[in-house]
Ligand binder design. Sequence first.
Ligand code: GLN
Length: 290
Amino acid sequence: MTGPAATLGAVRRAAARRLAELGTDATPALDARLLVAGALGVAPDRLVLIDDRALSDAEIGAIEAAIERRLAGEPVARILGEKEFWGLTFQLADATLVPRPDTETLVEAALAWIDRTQGRDRPFRIVDIGTGTGAILIALLSELPQAIGLGVDLSEAAARTARANAERLGFGDRSLFIRGSWGESSAPADVIVSNPPYIRSEVIQTLDREVRYHDPLLALDGGDDGLDAYRAIVADLDRMMRPGGATFFEIGFDQAQSLSALAEQAGFAAVVHADLAGHDRVVEIHRSNW
Ligand code: GLN
């Protein structure tokens, strides 16, 4: 890419030019900045301050390797092994989804309900079903000083990753992460949150390459109609959710009606929230007599 005496700035610009090959949806300048910073172990916002620094061959090699992975279609977050969500940095594992910005809609909906009903200072018990990196639960704990949380995941590796994230971010003493299936979450919760697998099995093959090849199938595949996980959780919700509690599910853009119907058939009331793009993204469920 460049000679051994290359400066950081020159290497970063050359990397951005190469990443522009990825096409019109690509964000080459941003990706180059994140990947160069990651390869050098410096914060992305510090890069411009050291633009004139000469890089060693080893540093250039590390940057090259990251750029090659990106050019081969690997998402930036997978190459860096981390992703920011709700202003917090989460470590990833093969067994976890990369937290998506859209999922912040779920955190916002849960906080809005808490603000409306009881305020943030109560000792809530939160359960996160299919916790992955722990992003949703840990984001909520960061806003709710008295809350405690349980995260469950079918994957032991995901539960371990979430636990490590909670500890590193300072929420280890208010959270517990276990391997488990939907509904194994013992005592009833005030707030249940879940971003379960909701993609219809037959469309998995048509997903974006970055999702299809780099996110775990277990976190995506929602069965024939995409609703398997919701069905299993809703069937057990009466036991899992305290009277006066609420449940927040992330959904696909076209699932608001079918999940609301599922909830209503089980005797609950449902409210739909849209994300910043205006797509239905979250279904909020309560007991209908509250
Ligand atoms: N939002 C994810 C995607 O874009 C799907 C996550 C899920 O199934 N929970 O693929």
